[in-house]
Design a protein around this ligand. Structure first.
Ligand SMILES: [Zn+2]
Length: 49
């Protein structure tokens, strides 16, 4: 499953999320401050190897 690094543009919180959490955050906003976020707040992480 793909993993993403979410960085909130409002509160600056960085959270590692998976695909389903990414979708939920896009739908419901930042889990910390509730700000609306766009896809640009997510950076896909490289597999660790
Ligand atoms: Zn936030």
């Amino acid at each position: 499953m793909s993993r993403y690094e979410f960085t909130c543009p409002e509160c600056g919180q960085e959270i590692e999320v998976n695909e389903s959490m990414r979708e939920a955050t896009l739908s419901h906003g930042c889990p910390v401050c509730g700000a609306a976020v766009s896809t640009s707040a997510f950076a896909q992480k490289q597999p660790t190897e």
